[in-house]
Design a protein around this ligand. Structure first.
Ligand SMILES: [Zn+2]
Length: 404
């Protein structure tokens, strides 16, 4: 990763969707005025419904399915079941990513491609056999399993197509989301699962994929997948029906050997996936959205960062929950990983007035850069908070907390 002097905000950045920029001639300048140096710009993204508070032409955009926001050559995808769909919302131009990226670069901003890899319900509908399959043989249609060779080929082709279109000078970095498994959690407005009061341990067990390649991977890592599946079912049912909490650790709920095998299989698959992507993106930085808890699945790959041996240039750690937990997560990532740690900070969920203070604390905890979520979604008051936070980080000297 490009190095920068401590305290510099030159590469701190924000997230943005293509539709935040396409059709709004003032958007790039507005983003540059936030005091950031980079933008993680939507290149391939899952379905979502958003407000666009600043756009002159639309107020709400509803992306009804996962899509690629750059033109694809149909020849590249011939014979494949998994291929990205085109967007049918927002202002239609032939190259949404390229149009938005050019506007950002004209403002002197570095553009990073924000690519979501395994989260796509339309693709899961088309190829249900490639989706995550839990211990009860139930499929999660929004979640493509990265242990499936077709899913790996899809992710690799997506990156190959992207890199063939935009060179490394235009887009020097890829921000990888869902570079691993999505699990039980699906942040959908139509979810009706909360009333079962599942604890984190139970949710993590329901997120273990036991599709055929995952069964083979778990077996190769030293555990019998049928025994793992039976143990998951027993533990989940005990919590669902009898209220007996599943322990937080796989070692406690599944036994040491099964836990090691599940987590070892996962690390191997995520490492292999990042190697495939790196091979398709020579010379580009890979910024991996990651969670330092290897039991976790989701948009941030769950990894023991001290053992991860993939080709990432930085890990991007989500800091969207309370300040103490976020600071602890950053410290843990900094201690575990040899890679630079970027904090993904939300300006949406917290009282915006606290943002500058939270950012200062995360920097003191060891975060080397920040990516603010999200320039297009934030109200004017939140953008002011973002601007204040981005402006203050340069003045924060890392304290002893970072070394603790
Ligand atoms: Zn699987």
């Amino acid at each position: 990763m490009t190095t920068e002097p401590p305290g510099s905000t030159r590469l701190d950045g924000t997230f943005a969707y293509t539709w935040d920029l396409v059709g709004d001639s003032a958007a790039a300048e507005r983003i540059a005025s936030l005091g950031v140096g980079s933008v993680a710009l939507q290149a391939a993204y899952h379905s979502v419904r958003v407000m666009t508070p600043h756009h002159p032409a639309h107020r709400i955009v509803h992306a009804t399915h996962a899509a690629a926001y750059f033109p694809l050559d149909p020849h590249d995808w011939r014979g494949t079941r998994l291929r990205p769909a085109a967007p049918g919302w927002g202002i239609d131009v032939s190259d949404r990513f390229g149009t938005a990226a050019s506007a950002l670069r004209r403002q002197g901003l570095r553009v990073e491609a924000w690519l979501v890899l395994t989260h796509a319900t339309t693709l899961g509908d088309r190829a249900p056999d490639l989706t995550v399959r839990n211990a009860f043989d139930e499929r999660y249609g929004y979640a493509l399993c990265p242990a499936q060779p077709e899913v790996v080929a899809y992710a690799a082709q997506l990156v190959r197509s992207f890199c063939a279109r935009y060179d490394g000078a235009e887009v020097p970095a890829l921000m990888l989301e869902a570079c691993g498994w999505l699990g039980f959690e699906h942040g959908s407005h139509h979810e009706k699962t909360a009333g079962a009061d599942l604890g984190a341990g139970c949710r993590n067990l329901l997120s273990i994929c036991l599709c055929e390649p995952c069964r083979r991977g778990i077996a190769a890592a030293g555990a019998d997948p049928a025994v793992v599946a039976a143990a998951v079912r027993r533990a989940v049912d005990a919590e669902l029906r009898d209220g007996r909490r599943v322990p937080d650790s796989f070692a406690e709920s599944l036994g040491d050997q099964a836990a090691r095998a599940v987590l070892g299989h996962r690390r191997q698959v995520i490492e292999d996936l990042t190697h495939r992507i790196a091979a398709e993106a020579p010379g580009r930085e890979l910024l991996l959205m990651a969670d330092g808890d290897p039991q976790v699945t989701g948009p941030d790959s769950g990894l023991d960062l001290s053992r991860f041996d993939g080709p990432a240039d930085a890990v991007v750690v989500k800091c969207w929950d309370d300040e103490d937990r976020s600071a602890a997560r950053i410290k843990q990532a900094v201690a575990a990983s040899a890679l630079p740690v970027i904090a993904n900070v939300s300006v949406l969920d917290e009282p915006p007035a606290d943002l500058a203070r939270r950012v200062a604390r995360l920097r003191a905890s060891g975060a080397q850069q920040f990516r603010y979520y999200h320039a297009g979604l934030a109200s004017p008051a939140r953008l002011r908070a973002l601007r204040a936070a981005a402006g203050t980080t340069a003045d924060i000297t890392p304290t002893q907390e970072g070394a603790a």
